[in-house]
Structure formats: structure tokens, C-alpha cells
Design a protein around this ligand. Structure first.
Ligand code: SF4
Ligand code: SF4
Length: 114
């Protein structure tokens, strides 16, 4: 599953630079698939093909957020989830709505970092 950040987040910013997929963004920040990855061309997002350079809307206007389509649970990089290990208030948690196999997470890693 992807990770999610809960409303308990204190917006300290410690997690953002630790993410190997650049899946974590600041409050209200636009994001794109190409940030921190080597993906090119177009990619499927919510059933549509989007340019990997496209600036997409923030997923939260109150706390830091994780883009689930970029999170691999750190699979392919580390044995631990970096955001979980650095967060001082333990608000990076498993998203119960997004259960994914290790194979699916590795496939995402390969897609984002070909
Ligand atoms: S689990 Fe890893 S890949 Fe996912 S948001 Fe946290 S640091 Fe990034
Ligand atoms: S480390 Fe935790 S508290 Fe700090 S910005 Fe990230 S999720 Fe929020």
C-alpha cells in the first residue's frame, strides 16, 4: 500500500527530502511525476494519460501530503519506510485504501525510475 500523512502532521518538513521517489510535497504545493524521478513521456493517472512534466494540483491545503501514485513504500530503495522513520509525530501511516503487493510496488519503482 502507499503511505499517507494524517492531520496530525505538524508540517516540520523532515520527511520531504528523505523520500527516494519525491512523493512527498509541502502544503498546497503543485507536483509532477517527473520531480525526483527519471520517468519520461506520459503516464496513466486517474484513468487518463498525463504528461509527466504536467503540474498537478496539491492533494492537501493543510498538511504535507504523499502522492500515492509515486510512493513505493520505499521498495526498491530501502528496507524501511523513510518518512515513517523520520517523522517526529508518527503521522506517516499505511493507507488502508491502498493495499498493494511488493511486486506492484517494485513495478511502480521501475516505471518511475527506468
Ligand atoms: S514510504 Fe518511502 S516512497 Fe513512500 S512516501 Fe514515504 S519515503 Fe516516500
Ligand atoms: S515528518 Fe511528519 S510531521 Fe513532519 S512534515 Fe513529514 S509527515 Fe508532517
Amino acid at each position: 500500500m502507499a503511505l499517507m500523512i494524517t492531520a496530525e502532521c505538524i508540517n516540520c518538513g523532515a520527511c520531504e527530502p528523505e523520500c527516494p521517489n519525491n512523493a512527498i510535497y509541502n502544503v498546497g504545493e503543485e507536483w509532477s511525476f517527473v520531480d525526483g524521478t527519471t520517468v519520461t513521456g506520459q503516464i496513466e493517472y486517474h484513468g487518463e494519460m498525463v504528461d509527466v512534466n504536467a503540474k498537478l494540483g496539491a492533494l492537501s491545503d493543510s498538511v504535507y501530503f504523499i502522492v500515492p501514485e509515486k510512493c513505493t513504500e520505499c521498495v526498491g530503495f530501502y528496507d524501511e519506510q523513510k518518512c515513517v522513520s523520520v517523522c517526529p509525530v508518527d503521522c506517516c501511516v499505511d493507507d488502508p485504501e491502498r493495499r498493494e503487493s511488493k511486486e506492484a510496488l517494485m513495478a511502480r519503482k521501475e516505471k518511475l525510475h527506468p
